[in-house]
Design a protein around this ligand. Structure first.
Ligand code: NCD
Length: 356
């Protein structure tokens, strides 16, 4: 997909060696990889999200929030299906007073007329101040960031809203925020046992989440999947190198009894080449109402959604089900992230509107 000299070389570099390029004036500017975040950044982000959601409870608060980025415009370029990520980003922008435009189908972009992705991206940047991208091509959001840094007069921040089978860094931020809120009274995220269940091989949410969880102390991970859909070695190696304990198993019921959190995921069969997932027995990883009695009292159940049959609908009414809150948390975290990218977080901190 790449035409510019230099991009191939840049893209092939280890991620750790190029994280600086996503930083401007000492701050995160583009959000491409979960590896960009430090624990302190997340803690600031979550504190800001907590403040914003309280401010947003009143009309006066909403009016105030709607002024903070009223000078900015965003483009949501979503070349893959999306409900929650799209709507939470769009409503995050609107809450902050940003105007948004959208391309929700790559076949309506001029790339189908033969335009290069680089020209398309530069065109986007002519009109807006922020570009949020979901793309089936794993390197697309990074190419956008690189192109705008190297070649465009206007360098605008790029946020990865899901890159193929690889990463979904903002989903992982909201997942971490949900964990933090869920475990607030029992010592926070440190020391928790977290089970990830389902298509771990192609699930970008779990892949990014492992990176963020590794920043906390004494986390223990349980990867529960059909053997064909096991977590890939790049993540397993990363966890080993960072001293994060993990176990790979298909003993779903055994893990449920020990876990502080269960993170369930859908089969990512859109990535099948020949319908190979059809033969995978996924049903035995369904979280059923009958399992709830075996789980810890304080355990929480997350799912990035969309859900098929991975969690019985009857589970929704149980206090451990956190996935509807999790989806809503996405909007607050994305508001906080956009504020930080534009350096307008202080406006919230200094507003005097926040009352505990
Ligand atoms: C996820 C995604 O797109 O990766 N959805 C989301 O953004 N909440 C998970 C999925 O599609 O299964």
């Amino acid at each position: 997909m790449q035409k510019y000299e230099g991009w191939e070389e840049f893209y092939s570099k280890p991620i750790e060696d190029k994280l600086d390029t996503f930083i401007k004036n000492g701050k995160i500017f583009d959000v491409i990889y979960a590896q960009q975040f430090e624990r302190s950044y997340m803690e600031e982000l979550f504190a800001l999200a907590d403040k914003v959601r309280v401010i947003a409870k009143t009309q006066q608060g909403m009016d105030f929030l709607g002024t903070i980025l009223s000078d900015k415009k965003a483009l949501l370029f979503f070349a893959q299906p999306s409900t929650r990520t799209f709507l939470s980003f769009q409503n995050a922008c609107h809450t902050l007073g940003m105007k948004t435009s959208e391309i929700r189908d790559a076949s309506t972009s001029s790339e189908v007329k033969g335009e290069s992705p680089e020209d398309t991206i530069r065109t986007f940047s002519s009109y807006v101040d922020l570009i949020i991208i979901r793309h089936f091509n794993e390197g697309y959001a990074e190419l956008a960031s690189w192109t705008l840094n190297e070649h465009a007069n206007r360098s605008v921040p790029v946020i990865n809203g899901g890159s193929g089978k690889d990463q979904h860094p903002t989903q992982s931020l909201l997942d971490m925020y949900t964990f933090q809120r869920s475990f607030a009274d029992i010592g926070g995220i440190d020391g928790k046992k977290i089970a990830m269940v389902g298509d771990l091989k192609r699930g970008r949410t779990v892949r990014s989440l492992c990176r963020l969880l590794s920043l906390y102390n004494d986390i223990e991970l349980f990867f529960v999947s059909p053997p064909q859909l096991a977590m890939r070695n790049d993540i397993l190696d990363f966890l080993s190198e960072n001293g994060v304990k993990y176990t790979q198993t298909d003993d779903f019921e055994g893990v449920l009894q020990n876990a502080d959190a269960v993170y369930s995921t859908r089969m990512q069969d859109e990535h099948d080449k020949n319908g190979e997932s059809a033969s995978v027995d996924y049903a035995r990883f369904t979280l059923k109402e009958s399992h709830l009695a075996t789980m810890k009292e304080h355990a929480v159940i997350l799912h990035p959604f969309p859900r098929r049959d991975e969690i019985e609908v009857a589970v929704d009414n149980n206090k451990r089900a956190a996935y509807w809150k999790q989806a809503r948390n996405g909007m607050w975290v994305r508001i906080a992230l956009i504020l930080k990218l534009f350096g307008r977080d202080d406006v919230v901190h200094q507003s005097g509107l926040f009352k505990n």
